[in-house]
Write a protein that binds this ligand. Sequence first.
Ligand code: ZN
Length: 401
Amino acid sequence: MRARVFAAVLAVAAHASAQDVAPAYDILIRDGTLIDGANTPRRLADVAVRDGRIAAIAEPGSLSDAGATRVIDAKGLVVAPGFIDTHAHADLEALRRPDAHNFVAMGVTTIITGNCGGSVDDVSEHLGKLESQGIALNYGTLVGHGTVRSAVMGTANRAPTEDELAKMKELVARAMDAGAFGMSTGLIYVPGTYATTDELVALSRVVARHGGLYASHMRNEGEHVLDSIREALEIGRRAELPVHLSHLKISFKPSWGGSRELCALIESARKNGARVTGDQYVYTASSTSLDVLFPSDALAIGRKSFCEKLTGDESFRNAMKEALLSDMARNGFGDLSYAQIASAPNPAAVVDAVVITARPDSASACATASERRPWCSPAPWIRNTFSSIEMPTSTGTTSRL
Ligand SMILES: [Zn+2]
């Protein structure tokens, strides 16, 4: 049975009107099924809110005489604390759509952004803007390693010099001082993919000094996913900070069925003291930029030059097509039957479409099938993630759960 969820958005407290006898509560949520988030069994309860905070939780009906400015009948509904989305990708959306209606409609009241290595450049300025503009949610951000690296090194495919590393550390420290909760990495993306484990450890140590965590879109979500988890755990161990694995999944067909092993690895690390958590989609589709389909070495010239080369240099274009096709075949998508780009009669035409669409001014995204969260749930260390980018998760997560 599908649970209907009512989330109390406590930040929007009603104003008590001036009356001779002020009601005891601003909001009384009556007769709901309370799931309090503290691992206690669900139960029927009334919840009263005053000044934006929960003032009382009581047996159904027992608060009805106390009076409230607004009474909400939650019979047949679930009353729960607002959900936290640890992977929202809503950095700029938060400014554009401060009502955050998709999140609020799903019961999300706190989002964490700056995911997968990409954040705003200036955390302090961004938080200041949100503060003055207002936003319907609680908002937190990570500092993106990719953002920091490209500010210092552009798309250089090499280790940083000592000086460059020092500058990156300084930017990370500045973001942490401004209130970032940790650092995210996107190790399939340019430039994150060019970073060694040592570079990530060095920067994570700065994050650790500020009490932050390391959140990672890992280097590989297919045949090397276990090694990728081990890398994240190593970073956590060496830099002494908690690790969060973003959108855990097995992306490519040859590795499908590997979730059991993936979860066992994480659970044994936890037993051995690692502070590691993760999040996951509740859909098999995911979304990202098209350029991740190309060999990352070829992307080091920068997206703009890469795209110019794709259109202007035929042998380069052919080489990229070949690489793309063989990569897709290796990942079990050789027949391209999953592709939704177009109903192309042959694979080459689809690849052409991909190559042509991969322009810097393109907002195209790619959906890939993946193994769906089968073995990790329910586990205390995993959370469902919602995301505000072009994905069904941005509106459908709660109802799908
Ligand atoms: Zn990601």
